[in-house]
Design a protein around this ligand. Structure first.
Ligand SMILES: C[S@@+](CC[C@H](N)C(=O)[O-])C[C@H]1O[C@@H](n2cnc3c(N)ncnc32)[C@H](O)[C@@H]1O
Length: 414
């Protein structure tokens, strides 16, 4: 679901079709400022260990089995407990500042009426109008991309080791050094609105900070390719500039403050390109060229939109993308938990979870069964049905931002 739609009542046409744009009671997003508990408090989400009144090994075993079964019946929800300790709030604030500075004029004006118009179009699934005007695009990116950027950053930061983002150290074997290139290409599909751009700027910064503290290798240079059907070129460009130039400082700032004012990322280490393509209809050769050498593909809050447009075109697109990627490439899919798409099978309409359709395309053989070892094109590395990202209360932004809940799936091309 699009974050801005959480306060809408379901549109009658959409009310029995849970899609990325259809609010459902399972997908709740809360406002950060009003409702967040102090940052450290939400780290304590696990119930305290209970003292058992039952004694004896047999009873203890039965108790454990009961607890296990109760646990298994619970929806798999992983709380992002320790983002504050993993990602310093100062770095998170730097990322929010990218959006504040990129869209300073828009945020200084009365943005609410514009946001209402955008929400209205999204709610009517009228994407052409929602993403059809420059002022709408800026308003959307200023309002919804910052918190998503932080949410995605937490996810990528946790999986950084699997992603192979750092250059090998001098004591690594020559073969490993040869295999690894200094640059790392990432394709953000449906990534024009800039959340992923801010995430990747932040990720490079975190890796560089870790390297400076002698805790990790030098990060590879990031080459980000954003592909989207709407004309997000200016948004991508403005964010890239903010990532690669020092942020504005007051002319009255001290010489020391001015001297310490650096860009989030070294401009030589972070490049972006934007392509305005419709993923479902783009020429397969053009898609293959855009995906050449890509190590990570992201589909953030986009796949369910694609499925809602056309399941069969989405399936074809996923297979073309699979063809274009080399073994070892990763695919990260994030979307609203509980996203469903209506699929017609044998003349009957049925709702399938997005994740089921995705697994069916990537992991099944042509008859629909589980692919045999030698036929496998993808392996699944991670699967979370529902995960919260909550904003730290200490962060500041000119307008209200929202916490988010997401499902996430990580695959590796074999
Ligand atoms: C809900 S927004 C998500 C934006 C961003 N990825 C994020 O996570 O904040 C969905 C994005 O997918 C794009 N999109 C939808 N259908 C598309 C298609 N067929 N081809 C390319 N992009 C598409 C939209 O233009 C929009 O930018």
């Amino acid at each position: 679901m699009d974050p801005g739609l959480s306060s809408f009542t379901p549109h009658p046409v959409l009310s029995n079709h849970r899609s990325s744009l259809n609010p459902s009671p399972q997908i709740v997003e809360t406002s950060s400022r009003a409702s967040l508990r102090p940052a450290l408090q939400f780290a304590i989400t696990m119930p305290a260990p209970q003292k058992s009144r039952v004694t004896g090994i047999r009873n203890a075993k039965q108790q454990a089995a009961k607890q296990r079964s109760a646990r298994e019946q619970q929806p798999k929800i992983i709380e992002e407990k320790s983002f504050e300790t993993r990602i310093p709030p100062e770095t998170q604030q730097l990322i929010l500042n990218l959006y504040r500075n990129s869209f300073a004029e828009r945020l200084a004006s009365d943005i609410q009426p514009l946001l209402q118009e955008v929400k209205g179009h999204l709610f009517d699934r009228n994407f052409k109008d929602a993403f059809g005007r420059e002022d709408y695009l800026e308003a959307y990116a200023a309002r919804w991309s910052p918190s998503r950027a932080l949410g995605y950053l937490g996810v990528l930061w946790r999986m950084r080791e699997s992603l192979d983002l750092v250059q090998p150290s001098a004591d690594d074997t020559a073969e490993a050094v040869e295999r690894s290139q200094n640059s790392y290409r990432i394709a953000c599909l449906g990534g024009g609105a800039g959340a992923e751009i801010g995430t990747l700027g932040g990720l490079h910064r975190l890796l560089s900070d870790e390297h400076k503290e002698n805790e990790g290798g030098l990060p590879k240079d990031l080459e980000v390719v954003a592909i989207d059907s709407a004309a997000w070129g200016n948004v991508v460009e403005q964010l890239t500039q903010q990532i690669t130039i020092p942020p504005p400082v007051s002319k009255y700032a001290s010489a020391a403050v001015k001297a310490a004012n650096h860009s989030l990322v070294d401009p030589t280490a972070f490049k972006t390109t934007f392509h305005q393509y419709d993923l479902l209809t783009v020429d397969p050769k053009i898609l293959a060229t855009a995906l050449e050498g890509v190590k990570l593909v992201t589909l953030m809050f986009t796949l369910n939109e694609l499925y809602s447009t056309s399941r069969s075109l989405t399936q074809q697109f996923l297979l073309r993308m699979t063809d274009a990627l080399a073994p070892g490439a990763m695919l990260l899919v994030i979307d609203s938990p509980g996203s469903y798409s209506t699929v017609t099978l044998n003349g009957a309409e049925k709702n399938y979870p997005m994740q089921w359709l995705l697994d069916h395309t990537l992991l099944a053989d042509i008859s629909g069964g589980k692919a045999k070892e030698e036929e496998k094109l993808w392996e699944k590395l991670q699967d979370d049905d529902s995960r919260w990202f909550r904003l730290d209360d200490r962060l500041e932004y000119p307008i209200e931002l929202e916490n988010m809940r997401m499902q996430l799936h990580l695959y590796r091309r074999i």
